[in-house]
Design a protein. Sequence first.
Length: 734
Amino acid sequence: MRKPLVKRIFARTDQTDFVGRASHVERLLKIAERGSGGLVLLATPSVGSSELLRHVYDRLFIEQDETIPFYFEIRKSDRTAQNAAVRFLREFLLQTVAFRRCDSRIIDAAPEISEIADLAVAEDGYWIDRLIEAYSNDGRSNDELGFTRNCLSAPLRAASSGVRPFVLIDDVHLLSKLEGGDAFFDDIREVFGRSTIPFVLSGERRALFASTSFQTMPLDVFSFTEAGTFAERLSARFGVEINDQTRDLIAVQLGGNATQIVSLFASAAANACGLNSFEQVEQIYTDEIFGGRIGRYFDGVFDESIPDVVQQSKVLWLLTETLAARSGHVPVAYWKRHSGLSGSELDRTLDALHNREIVNVGSGSVEIDTSSTVLSDYIAARKRLEIEDETRALAVGDALAENLKRAPQLMARHYRRTSAIGLRGLLRAFDGRRISSALFEYSRFKAEFKGADDKRILRALKDDDSLVDLPRLVYTAHTAAFYPKLNEQCEPERSAVGLGFRDTAGKEETAWIAVQVDSKLEATRDLVQFWCDRLEMAALNSNFEDHQIWLIAPEGFDDDAVAALEERSAFGSSRKQVELLAELLNADLSADPTIVADEYEIVVPMGEDTEMIAAHTIEEIAKRHNFSTKAINQIKTALVEACINATEHSLSPDRRIHQKFSVAADKITITVTNRGVRLADKQPNPDAPDAARRGWGLKLIKGLMDEVRIEKTDDGTQITMIKYLQKAAAAETA
């Protein structure tokens, strides 16, 4: 089958610019390959769920011959479910014909439904003709309900004729805006629920949550690392300069939201402004909040959720009050009293704001996620202009000054958060077993094990007779979720509560409250007293009658602090004790497992065996991270081959090979990038001396590493190689 000579069809970005969603793409492609089953994609608003579906569509259209991809987005402009159904049928037939003819231009031409039959390949002509005849305007007017279901059933009817469709329905949450939309959604669930064809329903997560019995897949904002990579790609695409510091600020301040990051770069490009300093970032960001793309997005959400201008003003005031509440939330009754809305109107308004994730509504209260810097800034901006009636110049100027002052603080908080122990994950691993008390009593650990290697300590701990009975914890949360005042003392990630039972019968309830405290040296008595007081208050406010306080200090505790811990019946551990405990419990200590633990970069010139420099470098890195000798040799060989490939075939103008080594808890990722002729564009020469060897190096790399991706860049090639620690260890012992 002839492949179309296109880079993309529905996708708005090239594949090389589409980052952070590889696992989601692969899962959706596997559903298409399997040929049956459905999935609901639950997306955080404006994180790029539509682009994900479009990329899946394009890959299926371009890369394979069997499965016919069909992408359909619900639009408010359809106004009625019946209009949406007609468009569903027309676009299904249109995309099917385009795929079968390997010609995406047919989609762009947008022929009328009556013309589609003339474009169909001969083998599809019969069933396409029958569909067009069955869903004529006469059938539409005679039986509206039956007509809608018949339109939705078009992919099923096509499948019965021997074709293999894969249906992607986007923005399903917008059905609530259409006349007859709820019934249309019921029809979608019924039609595809009883079908055997593969399909995906995608929409905003709060609107679709628990709305079907189908499997679900969440789509959240980018992680810090993914957001940084995305910013780098946008920098190249828009021609807007950034540096490492501003890249990280953008990732943190915009919370990994793809749409908002794109808006920032688009605005910078439109103003011919770089993003090379915190000041430049905050200038563009502040303009975005005060009426730029980001501000207009939130304006649209508010206009849609609260069309009445007067009511919107009252709701805005309530949002500012909620944002300022010390407890982090206010009762729904407070909203009802001050909004001027009837009960049903208030319910509709709160439902709309909740679904768009402006507020969180639950347990009789309304809450705003204060960790969303962008949302908080937007509300503050409107408060200045509309409630406090400041002049625009004054409001923008003051906001810019505040944002500049805050930027280093945001990054400092991010650094503290990423350095935090994953206390929730650690407490979640408490399963009722008995563990050496040396892991919870710093004075004993210091006396018996300080300076010893980990293997010796672990052997001794396993043979220890002095034990602590861990509870069986069934629920964990940040302590601030129970006691919001703790947010004034530390980041939420640095303190956690675990709820569970002391006994296996599940009758003796207990709570553990842990906190990671800052201290460059051994923690002092004053510090212990301070934190014990705070955690005791958290226990009292949460009605934890039986509780255990556990303090964790990087370097442990001095003698007076140990005495203070004993007086308060509290446990105290150093970072080393916690790491050993996590190893015994097989727990993950990462506060954010998506953050790369260590990253190294080198650039070597091509030729003169410089690939051996890279090989020696990766050997030292892999040794530091406990990879086996066999795995290290495999990694070295693969890296050398990748460098040789770049040197021999790229005709690189700068004769440099850029290498990045990222080491996470479970894997090492090696990226080799060079400029020059791309591997995919390399013209084969059967008479060349190395013709017989061509491709052997890549085959060897794929055999040595667990995952290998070869990607085209704008001006060269990037090879990404991954080796998993667990697989490497298993191969070593096999």
